[in-house]
Design a protein around this ligand. Structure first.
Ligand code: CP
Length: 314
C-alpha cells in the first residue's frame, strides 16, 4: 500500500491489518518505538483547521522517531504569492518521505497523490473522506465490542457534509452492519452513498429522530452540524442545535453497553453531563488516533515486516 486516500481503495484485509498493527504498537512500550521511523521526515500540510488529526499525526510520528515538517500557515507560505497546490506538493515531496494532507476541497488528496512520488495520507478532504478517522473509529469499536461484525450503528447529525460518516459507512460495508441515518432532510446522506449500500445489500433506515432506534443500537455516532460547510447560512440557522443528547434522554433508554462516539470537536450536541458515563467513548476514541496513525504511517512507509520480525525476537 503506497498512499491512503479513501476507504473506497481499502480491502477488508487491509483494514484489519492496520487495526491489528495498531493494537501491537499500542502494546509496545514507548521507548521501544523510537526506532521504527527513525530517519524519516513526515510533512503535515493542513489547509483547514485541525486539533486532533494534525497533532496526533505529529505526536504519532515523533513517538516513532520520525521528524515532522509543517507547512507554514498559508499567510506565511508561498501559497500567499499564488503558488498552486500541485506545485506546493511537488516541493514538499522533495523535502519529506510521507505527506499528510488536509484540504477543504473534495478530491484534493487524490490530486496530491497523482502529483507526488511520495506517499500521501488523506487527513480529510472537504466533505468526501477522512480515512484515518475511520480507522481509529473502527479500532475503538473493535476494542470495545470485540468484533466489527453485525453491529447496529446510528449516525446522527450532519450526514450530508460529514466526511467521517461517509468514510466510516464505506468501511462498514465489509462488516454486515444495520445502519440508521438520523438527520433533518437537508442534511441526510448523499444518494450516491445510499446507492452503494443498496448495491452491497447493506440494511439501513433513514430517520429524523434518534429515539426511534435508540434501544436497538450498539454504537451511537454523533456528529457536529458543520456551520463552515453550509453554502447558505439560513439553512444552518434552521438546523443548528437540532440534536442534543444528555443524561436525561440517553440513560436507561439505550442498551446497557451502547457506546457513544464523536469525531470531535463537539459544540453542543453532546452535553458534558454524559462525559463521565460508561457510554462516553469520544475522548478515548481521539486518543486511539495515535496508535492507528502510527500503524498507517508504518504501513505506507513499508515498515510492517520489520516491526513483526523484531517482535518475533522479543
Ligand atoms: N476529528 C477531527 O478530524 O478533528 P480535527 O478537525 O480537530 O482534526
Amino acid at each position: 500500500m503506497e498512499s491512503i486516500i479513501s476507504m473506497n481503495d481499502m480491502s477488508k484485509e487491509e483494514i484489519l491489518n492496520i487495526l491489528e498493527l495498531a493494537r501491537k504498537i499500542d502494546e509496545t512500550p514507548d521507548d521501544e518505538k523510537l526506532k521504527f521511523l527513525y530517519g524519516k521526515i513526515i510533512a503535515t500540510l493542513f489547509f483547514e483547521p485541525s486539533t486532533r488529526t494534525k497533532m496526533s499525526f505529529e505526536s504519532a510520528a515523533q513517538r516513532l522517531g520520525a521528524q515532522v515538517l509543517q507547512l507554514p500557515p498559508v499567510e506565511q507560505s508561498s501559497l500567499k504569492k499564488g503558488e498552486s497546490f500541485r506545485d506546493t506538493i511537488k516541493m514538499v515531496e522533495a523535502y519529506s518521505d510521507l505527506i499528510v494532507v488536509r484540504h477543504p476541497l473534495d478530491g484534493a488528496a487524490r490530486l496530491a497523490d497523482e502529483t507526488s512520488k511520495k506517499a500521501i495520507i488523506n487527513a480529510g478532504d472537504g466533505s468526501n473522506q477522512h480515512p484515518s478517522q475511520t480507522l481509529l473509529d473502527l479500532y475503538t469499536i473493535l476494542e470495545e465490542k470485540g468484533s466489527l461484525e453485525n453491529l447496529e450503528i446510528a449516525f446522527v447529525g450532519d450526514l450530508k457534509y460529514g466526511r467521517t460518516v461517509h468514510s466510516l459507512v464505506k468501511a462498514l460495508t465489509h462488516f454486515n452492519p444495520k445502519i440508521y441515518f438520523i438527520a433533518p432532510q437537508i442534511l441526510q446522506m448523499p444518494q450516491y452513498l445510499l446507492d452503494e449500500l443498496n448495491k452491497n445489500n447493506i440494511k439501513y433506515e433513514v430517520l429524523e429522530d434518534f429515539r426511534d432506534c435508540l434501544d436497538k443500537i450498539d454504537v451511537f455516532y454523533m456528529t457536529r452540524i458543520q456551520k463552515e460547510r453550509f453554502p447558505d447560512i439560513e439553512d444552518y440557522e434552521q438546523v443548528k442545535g437540532i440534536y442534543v443528547i444528555n443524561k436525561e434522554n440517553i440513560l436507561g433508554k439505550c442498551k446497557d453497553d451502547m457506546i457513544i462516539l464523536h469525531p470531535l470537536p463537539r459544540v453542543d450536541e453532546i452535553s458534558t453531563d454524559l462525559d463521565d458515563t460508561k457510554h462516553a467513548l469520544y475522548f478515548k476514541q481521539a486518543r486511539n488516533g495515535i496508535p492507528v496513525r502510527q500503524a498507517m504511517m508504518m504501513t505506507v512507509l513499508g515498515k510492517v515486516k520489520e516491526f513483526f520480525l523484531e517482535n518475533l525476537f522479543y
